[in-house]
Ligand binder design. Structure first.
Ligand code: ZN
Length: 264
């Protein structure tokens, strides 16, 4: 057991059994869980409970949240995408269904905060749907169509949800041409798509052709920045180069050409 203590003018700070205790006059006056001081673990445990509530299911495991945050910390995700997604996964993004709670006073409520429904459904399908996180990123027919279309055009297929380690925003992927597991690349790509949906919410229809090009340009920029990096290897090693039109990997010199060059 880890044990540590400091005493300053009769007040003791004691760390033991995963807790920080403040001791005064021989009795504990305050006790805090050490997990609160480790932001990553704190974020995971907070969002796991909160996501169970938001998705109304127990099928959200600690491992799934850990995998999600691991994917968000990947250096291939830009700082801007990372910010947007960390806000979302720690449940700090406000969705329209919360507007009346966030602005309880109708008189001082901004114009846009009167909306409770999904902007895309109202604008393009003339259909009212409460905008919850699940609707905005998963169930909205416009959003789910574009997401599936972009993944398909990148040569990826999301495996159906099978275990507690996956949920609609954290999945397992196959690369279609090779049928190989492509979960690492699939999740970064799916996160990029989710971040673009979050940024466009409430004001812009996402066009599948524009998003497809944007996602591919983003990954090509990563490949150009690190020509032999993990993204390049994932794309080419799993047969996705044709979808992304990445530069061809160098051909290994054939023994035949070596022999003929020696002869001449
Ligand atoms: Zn919708």
């Amino acid at each position: 057991m880890l044990y540590y203590q400091i005493w300053i003018s009769g007040i003791g700070i004691v760390c033991c059994s995963g807790r920080i205790l403040v001791v005064l006059g021989g009795s504990v006056v305050h006790s805090l869980d050490i997990l609160h001081f480790h932001p990553h673990v704190w974020q995971c445990s907070l969002s796991q409970t909160s996501w169970k509530k938001a998705l109304n299911t127990d099928e959200v495991s600690e491992e799934m949240m850990r995998n999600t945050f691991k994917s968000l910390n990947d250096p291939n995700l830009s700082a801007e995408y990372n910010d947007t997604l960390v806000r979302f996964f720690t449940r700090k993004t406000t969705f329209n269904y919360q507007n009346h709670k966030v602005y309880p006073n109708q008189a001082s409520r901004p114009e846009w905060a009167h909306r409770l429904g999904c902007w895309s459904c109202e604008t393009y399908l003339t259909n009212f749907q409460l905008e919850t996180p699940l609707h905005a990123l998963v169930e909205c027919p416009i959003i789910s169509h574009v997401r599936n279309e972009v993944l398909r055009r990148c040569g990826l297929s999301r495996l159906p949800q099978q275990t507690t380690n996956t949920h609609p925003l954290w999945g397992q992927y196959l690369a279609l041409p090779s049928n190989k597991n492509c979960t690492f690349l699939g999740n970064i790509l799916n996160n990029v798509v989710s971040a673009e949906f979050l940024k466009a919410r409430n004001n812009k229809k996402i066009d599948q052709n524009v998003l497809d090009r944007k996602v591919k340009d983003y990954f090509l920029a990563l490949v150009n920045a690190k020509p032999n990096g993990k993204i390049f290897k994932e794309i080419n090693g799993k047969g996705l180069g044709v979808y992304f039109q990445t530069p061809r990997p160098p051909e290994p010199a054939s023994p035949q050409s070596n022999i003929s060059s020696q002869r001449t």
